[in-house]
Design a protein around this ligand. Sequence first.
Ligand code: KG4
Ligand code: ZN
Length: 288
Amino acid sequence: MVPEIASRNHLKKFSPLIEEALDDAGLSLQDIDLVGATYGPGLVGPLLVGLSLGKSLGYSMGVPFLGINHLEGHVFADYSSHKSSPPFLALLVSGGHTSLVLVEDWGTYSELGSTRDDAAGEAFDKVGYMTGLGYPAGPDIDRLSKEGNTAAYDFPRPMLDKGLDFSFAGLKSAVAREVENEENYSLADLLASFQEAILDTLVTKAIRGAKQANVETISVMGGVSANSALRERLADEAKVNGLTARFPPIELCTDNGAMIAVTAAYKHLTDKEESPLTLGPDPSLRLG
Ligand code: KG4
Ligand code: ZN
């Protein structure tokens, strides 16, 4: 991703996007009574464009503005989808993040584990790149894996046996070695075996985390939560362990504006939260 091009694309697309969203909803700008925009984490350029636009809109329309943590937006997919109440364990798996977060209450989070290197989605995208798939590669790997043998390749599952942290860099290198050394590898088998290694890790750690935190529910969110095999397997294994796993509908898994809007609305309605117009982007913002 070229940060400068990403920022310019944000600039180009915002106005038509806002017009289209208002049109679809049958609303005009005058109907809006709160503006929420992401202020981190992420690339500073695109964050700056979106945040400046959000603040300017709020100021010019005379309505409050609220800066939102992108990761908290993902967690709120659980609220939008299930009207749920904490506590629960969030497995946040996206292109930039992989973590287990105990949601004690809306707004009260503690991170129990996170990736030491690559995020799960990033591993999907890098393996997709090595094997000639498009970006993002997660959906293609999900589809192609259905025809493959998950046990064809014995890929590593780093840090599986203990703790709640993740590591996917070694797995990615193992797949790269296979692609370089074996000319006629079976794509479906390779992808299915890779996906299985990721799933083993995510499922094992999520169940361990829920037991450790003494909560009954695991809620998965972020782009990788759209993965069909993960949805099936975690639901099954949670049940075997006396736990429940829930997932947002597919359209709320990957990045979307609705999750930011819902988070802003919830915080403003419950706590009258507002952000000062001096709020700047925070590229390395965390949760908890
Ligand atoms: O949450 P998201 O839209 O953006 C970030 O905040 O990073 O997540 C995007 C990530 C990409 O890495 C993409 O490959 C992955 O989610 N993804 C999937 C699937 N759909 C999207 N990974 C596995 N299986 C899928 N079906
Ligand atoms: Zn995201």
